[in-house]
Design a protein around this ligand. Sequence first.
Ligand code: FAD
Ligand code: UDP
Length: 370
Amino acid sequence: MTTKQYDYLIVGAGLFGAVFAHEATQRGKKCLVIDRRKHIGGNTYCENVEGINVHAYGAHIFHTNDKAIWDYVNSFVEFNRYTNSPVANYQDELYNLPFNMNTFYQLWKVKTPAEAHAKIQDQIANLNIKNPQNLEEQAISLVGTDIYYKLIKGYTEKQWGRKATELPAFIIKRLPVRFTFDNNYFNDRYQGIPMGGYNKLSEGLLKGSEVRLNVDYFEDWAELDALATQTVYTGQIDEYFDFKAGHLEYRSLRFENQLLDTPNYQGNAVVNYTEAEVPYTRIIEHKHFEFGTQEKTVITHEYSQEWTPGTEPYYPVNDDKNDQVFRQYRHMSEQMPHVLFGGRLAEYRYYDMHQVVGSALAKVKKHFGE
Ligand code: FAD
Ligand code: UDP
């Protein structure tokens, strides 16, 4: 029997790969983590510009209801008290998000929950939507037509490049609808940003593992696999199987960063532009995630675009057609017990960070028979 140099080859230094690497290292295993990018952290990676942590792959706010997951990430880096409260700009009018009493007041001047309920009821009564079949029906049945046309339709169709009637309802259920004056975008008990940036989290998780960057698994997979007893794969699942069952669709993004000579550009970390005519979906001002007091600021215009090979696959498109293709890949992966598949791309799921951490910890436990 030959002994391998590593117990695990982990493809992808994002959150899933890093949590797996940390847990395996804790159990006395040797890990080699590779990433085709030039940095660790996957989509949570931050670039330091003039002392500001710029979220290089889009704004990331950690939130969870699970105390164990919150304590776990805080054991690597302390999180601050940032609370996400995006503002929506529709035709130069500002509205608070998520949809709450502030939004209802701004739209209709209603001051009580009863008035707000009545206004929404008025708008949906004649539509007779019993069992919402798509995002449009789901959204209208939750918040009525005014909010749907001003704050949802344009943003959603820009974001996904598809009609809201062709999108799954679950996407809009991510957003809370509240009849209180509460602009917190999340319902979760715990929320924040790592103090000093997300890289501290991934650096902490990867301590003790060997990391090789700018290494694409597919350029040398046989040789890389041969280095370790087992492979953990966190890249695109369709790519792993050489697109045998067809291409899965993703949504991609384009970011335009600007360094501005002003301390405060928009007064908030996230401003969404919800009308279809504005080409970008949101402007992020990164310093506000960490209450930055730098003299300058960095803003990012975020544009959504169709994914084509060579661009980053940011969001899985979990509609029926793609989920059907994914099931074929999942079936193929189940025939390969020597490879562990995990994370947003390998599981083709619209996972948030806490869900990725939770899923990695659960898979670790199962894998080590605990
Ligand atoms: P990734 O971070 O994508 O890591 C996978 C890694 O694998 C990548 O670094 C990739 O380069 C590497 N890789 C892939 N293929 C190969 C290969 N062949 N060879 C070598 N390396 C490879 N979550 C939240 O909780 N809150 C938020 O506010 C939030 N905002 C988000 C905003 C945007 C724009 C996006 C896209 C996501 C957001 N998320 C948010 C989700 C969050 O990014 C993910 O849940 C999490 O980062 C997924 O971790 P992962 O390890 O599964 O994947
Ligand atoms: N959404 C919207 N208007 C907004 C913000 C969000 O219609 O101002 C919808 C849109 O369909 C989006 C979904 O809600 O895809 C989920 O929003 P979230 O902010 O959770 O998206 P993410 O942070 O994953 O980009």
